[in-house]
Design a protein around this ligand. Structure first.
Ligand code: TNX
Length: 512
C-alpha cells in the first residue's frame, strides 16, 4: 500500500491537508481519483504482465504505444505472479463492462477490470499518468515516471460517440483510423460513419455497383470523391473494434440522397437520373417513397451493410427530409425500420424519426440547436415519451464543424459559434424539458465536412472540443465545472503537440 501523504509527523493537521499531492490532470475525469505522491518508474526492463488471455489486447496496445516513445522492449508476458505493469481482467471489480480500477505505486501498477474493454479504457487513463512526451511517435529520452494514484472509474453513459461525414469529403481508411485513434484516448466507444449524402456515396454495394461508380465520384467543390470497398469497410470495423469502439454505419434517407438518385434512374419518381451535386445546400433530394423499387433497393443496401457490421445499429439518417411529404415520411421510416429489423439490427436515426412511431429498440439522435421547451424540442420529447432512447448531439454545443469564433476560417456558423467552453458547459439530461437521465443513452460529437478536406482540418475542429463531449459522456455530472475542467484540458495540449495534432489553441484554455 502506498503512503498517501508524505509530510513530517510534526506538521500540524491543517498543513497535512494542504500538502496533499497534486492530482494528475485527467480527461475525462474519473469517478474517484486519489494521488499518492509516489510514482512508478517505467524502465528498460519493465514488463507488461497479463493475468489471463483477456488482457492481451489492451496489453499489446499499451506496449506498442509506449515502445514508440520510450524505445524500451516492454515485453507482454502472461503470468499469475509476476509484477510490473499488471493487467488483470478477473471480473471482480463490480464496475461494469467499461469500468476499471487503477493502482499505481512505487513498486508496481495494477489495472483491474471485469472485461477486456474495461482494461482498454483503463489503459487510456494510464497513458495520461505518463509525461506528455510518452505520446511522441519518435523515441525520446526518459525518465518515464507514472504518477501514483488510486483510481476507480465507470462511465455515466453507455453511448459516447463521434460521427464522421465521409460523404461531403472523402477520407481514406488510414485517415479514418487516425481519427478513431485520437478519439479512443478519451474513452469514446461509438463511431457513427456518415456514408452517403447528396454529394457522395462511399460504400460499395455488390448488388448496386453504380452507387460507387457514379455516386462515389463526386464531393463538395467538385473533387474526385472516393469510396470504401467492402474489404476497406471491414478493415475500419475491425480497427474500431480493436479499440472497443462499435461502428454504426449511416445511409441517409429519404433525403440527402442525390448521389443515389444520380446513380439509379429508377429511384426517382420521374424515372430520371439526377445530375451529380457538389454544392452544400440541404433538403432538396428525396427517394421515391411510393415505389416498391425504393424498398428493394434499401433491403439490398441494408442487407449487405448489416452482414458486414457486428454492431447492433443501422442508421437510416432521416434528417431534413424537406422534399418528402410528412405522411410519406412516416410510412417510409416505418417500412425501413422493418427492413432493418429483418436484417437483425435496430434502427438509429436523427431525431426526426421520432415522428414516425419508431419501436422501443430504436435510437433517435437529437441535433437541433434548441433547449428547454423551445419550438423544435418536441421530437426529442416525443422520442422519450415513446420509450425511444436519445443520443444528445445538440448542434450549438456538440457539432465539431461549427466555427469557434467568427474569425475561424473553417466550418459553419448556422447553429452557433462554439468555443471550447460552450462545447463543455451543458448537461445531456438537463437540456430539454421532458428528457431526463433515463431517456438519454449518451452523447455524440458529429463532424460534418462540407468545408473540411484534410486530417489537419478535422484535428483543428475536433481538438480541443471533442474531449469535452467525451467527458460529458463519461464523467459524473456532479461537480463538473469549466473553471476546473479547463486546467485539465490544458494538460492535453502538450500530449497533442507530441503527436503533432493540429489543435485550436483556444484562448479560453490556460495552455502550458
Ligand atoms: C445539418 S444536422 C445537417 C447536415 C449538415 C450540417 C452542417 C443534420 C442532421 N444535418 O446535413 O452537414 O447541418 O453543420
Amino acid at each position: 500500500m502506498a503512503v498517501l501523504v508524505a509530510v513530517s509527523c510534526l506538521a500540524p493537521v491543517r498543513a497535512q491537508a494542504d500538502q496533499r499531492p497534486a492530482a494528475p490532470r485527467l480527461v475525462p475525469a474519473p469517478v474517484s481519483l486519489e494521488a499518492t505522491g509516489e510514482a512508478y518508474a517505467l524502465r528498460p526492463g519493465t514488463r507488461i504482465v497479463v493475468r489471463s488471455a483477456a488482457g492481451a489486447g489492451a496489453a499489446s496496445y499499451l506496449a506498442n504505444l509506449l515502445r514508440r516513445s520510450t524505445g524500451y522492449a516492454l515485453p507482454v508476458v502472461r503470468s499469475e505472479t509476476e509484477d510490473g505493469i499488471v493487467l488483470d481482467a478477473t471480473g471482480l471489480t463490480g464496475l461494469g463492462e467499461e469500468g476499471y480500477r487503477l493502482d499505481v505505486g512505487a513498486t508496481g501498477v495494477l489495472l483491474a477490470a471485469d472485461t477486456a474493454q474495461g482494461l482498454f479504457r483503463g489503459v487510456q487513463t494510464l497513458r495520461q499518468l505518463l509525461p506528455a512526451k510518452a505520446e511522441s511517435l519518435k523515441v525520446r529520452p526518459g525518465p518515464w515516471p507514472i504518477t501514483g494514484v488510486h483510481v476507480s472509474d465507470t462511465p455515466r453513459f453507455a453511448y459516447r460517440g463521434v460521427m464522421l461525414d465521409v460523404a461531403r469529403h472523402f477520407f481514406t481508411v488510414d485517415q479514418v483510423k487516425h481519427y478513431i485513434d485520437l478519439a479512443a484516448a478519451y474513452k469514446i466507444n461509438m463511431f457513427h460513419l456518415h456514408l452517403s449524402d447528396d454529394q457522395g456515396w462511399r460504400i460499395a454495394i455488390r448488388s448496386r455497383p453504380l452507387l460507387t461508380r457514379i455516386g462515389g465520384r463526386t464531393s463538395v467543390g467538385g473533387g474526385p470523391g472516393g469510396h470504401y470497398t467492402q474489404a476497406d469497410y471491414s478493415e475500419i470495423v475491425r480497427y474500431a473494434r480493436s479499440r472497443f469502439i462499435t461502428l454504426i454505419p449511416e445511409i441517409d434517407t429519404p433525403g440527402h440522397t442525390n448521389a443515389a438518385l444520380a446513380s439509379y434512374a429508377s429511384l426517382n419518381c420521374d424515372g430520371r437520373r439526377r445530375a451529380p451535386y457538389t454544392g452544400t445546400e440541404v433538403g432538396f433530394s428525396s427517394l421515391c417513397t411510393g415505389k416498391d423499387v425504393t424498398y428493394r433497393f434499401l433491403d439490398a443496401v441494408i442487407g449487405e451493410l448489416a452482414r458486414l457490421t457486428p454492431g447492433p445499429y443501422i442508421n437510416i439518417g432521416g434528417d431534413e427530409a424537406k422534399s418528402t411529404k410528412r405522411a410519406d415520411y412516416r410510412r417510409f421510416v416505418a417500412r425501413v425500420q422493418k427492413i432493418v429489423h429483418a436484417h437483425g439490427k435496430s434502427m438509429m436515426g436523427w431525431e426526426e424519426i421520432a415522428d414516425a412511431r419508431p419501436s422501443a429498440d430504436s435510437v433517435a439522435e437529437h441535433w437541433n440547436p434548441v433547449t428547454g421547451t423551445q419550438e423544435g424540442t418536441e421530437l426529442a420529447r416525443t422520442a422519450a415519451r415513446r420509450g425511444v432512447k436519445i443520443v444528445m448531439a445538440p448542434a450549438d454545443h456538440a457539432y465539431l464543424d461549427m466555427k469557434y469564433t467568427a474569425a475561424t476560417k473553417l466550418g459553419q456558423d448556422w447553429a452557433a459559434l462554439v468555443e471550447a467552453r460552450r462545447a463543455y458547459e451543458w448537461d445531456p439530461a438537463k437540456l430539454i424539458t421532458g428528457v431526463g437521465e433515463d431517456d438519454v443513452l449518451g452523447v455524440e460529437a458529429p463532424i460534418w465536412t462540407e468545408s473540411l478536406r484534410t486530417v489537419d482540418d478535422l484535428e483543428y475542429m475536433a481538438y480541443p472540443r471533442l474531449p469535452g463531449i467525451a467527458e460529458i459522456g463519461w464523467s459524473p455530472a456532479k461537480g463538473r465545472s469549466w473553471a476546473e475542467y479547463r486546467v485539465r484540458l490544458a494538460a492535453q495540449g502538450p500530449r497533442w503537440a507530441a503527436r503533432s495534432v493540429n489543435f485550436h489553441r483556444s484562448p479560453q484554455v490556460p495552455w502550458p
